[in-house]
Design a protein around this ligand. Structure first.
Ligand code: BEZ
Ligand code: FE
Length: 288
């Protein structure tokens, strides 16, 4: 009989795989087991601590629904979602950043220059730019799927007072690769913190805040789909995003514009009586 001990348990684990096992699955699982074993040895994990961890996973399973996935949130606050983003980002393209749980597919089309805020009040933002490839050429027909919080800090799926697709829209770029919209400034908000992940944040003395942002998914034929977010440089949580989503190239500045100077080509043309802000941001996609 082979003795299993602290020194060889990972090796023994690796030896239990069947011959037909997918090699990548085997590589990932053996590495994961090896890191888990090393972690338990390093911190000298106690029975009590491991039991609490397992209870945490049961709680996370119990609270998880189609609308709320506590495991994704755990991955987000542990920095794993962002690390996977970074590992798989190509430095020539715009960085990717966490998807989050509040995207809804099937958002209504928004014309280039359309008004995504509809009837909501707030500081108006005129946001525009181009979708380009790494050679700087415009990408026509790119689908720019955009969503954000309402001024109350809630996404439509969290807020019974908002319509399903409030602050959601999909712009398709024309031949020049341009997208443009008007909206209101999104606000900083907290990730759901009333469950097991909130308990971890609390125990770690961490806050649940994210800096304000607009979310984007950009799809174009022949290009890798980009999932990302854009953040303003003046947000108080920019350097302490609880899900680690901020990258240097995803930070913009809201540039103040005087009232009454709204440019042509926007649904709101000529209607702006108050000062507003302008953002210019280009997305770069990488070929598949
Ligand atoms: C979001 O940006 O919508 C989000 C991301 C991660 C966790 C919770 C929310
Ligand atoms: Fe978000």
């Amino acid at each position: 009989m082979r003795e299993v001990n602290q020194d060889n348990i990972t090796e023994v684990f690796a030896g239990y795989f069947g011959d037909e096992t997918d090699p990548r699955f085997r590589e990932v699982l053996v590495s994961l087991a090896g890191h888990l074993h090393a972690f338990a040895k390093e911190v000298k994990l106690t029975h009590d601590e491991w039991r609490k961890a397992l209870e945490f996973f049961v709680w996370a399973g119990d609270i998880t629904t189609a609308e709320r996935n506590e495991f994704v949130l755990l991955s987000d606050v542990m920095g794993l979602s962002s690390l996977v983003d970074m590992i798989n980002s190509d430095p020539r393209a715009t960085s990717s950043s966490v998807l989050g749980p509040f995207h809804i597919s099937g958002a209504p089309p928004l014309a280039v220059g359309g008004d995504m805020k509809r009837n909501f009040e707030g500081e108006v933002v005129l946001w525009q730019g181009f979708v380009r490839n790494v050679e700087g050429e415009p990408i026509a027909g790119a689908e720019v799927d955009i969503w954000q919080t309402a001024p109350n800090g809630m996404y439509s799926s969290q807020d019974p007072d908002q319509e399903t697709y409030s602050f959601h829209g999909i712009i398709t770029t024309g031949a020049d690769g341009r997208y443009a919209l008007t909206t209101v400034r999104p606000v900083s908000y907290t990730v759901p913190s009333d469950g097991p992940v909130g308990a971890i944040l609390n125990a770690a003395g961490r806050h649940p805040w994210r800096p304000s942002h607009l979310h984007f998914i950009i799809k174009a034929e022949g290009y890798r789909t980009l999932v990302t977010e854009i953040f303003p440089d003046d947000d108080p949580y920019l350097d302490e995003d609880t899900v680690f989503g901020v990258r240097d190239d995803l930070v913009i500045r809201y540039r103040p514009q005087p009232a009454g100077t709204f440019p042509d080509g926007f649904e709101l043309s000529g209607k702006v009586e108050d000062a507003y802000s302008r953002v210019d941001f280009d997305f770069v996609l990488i070929g598949e």
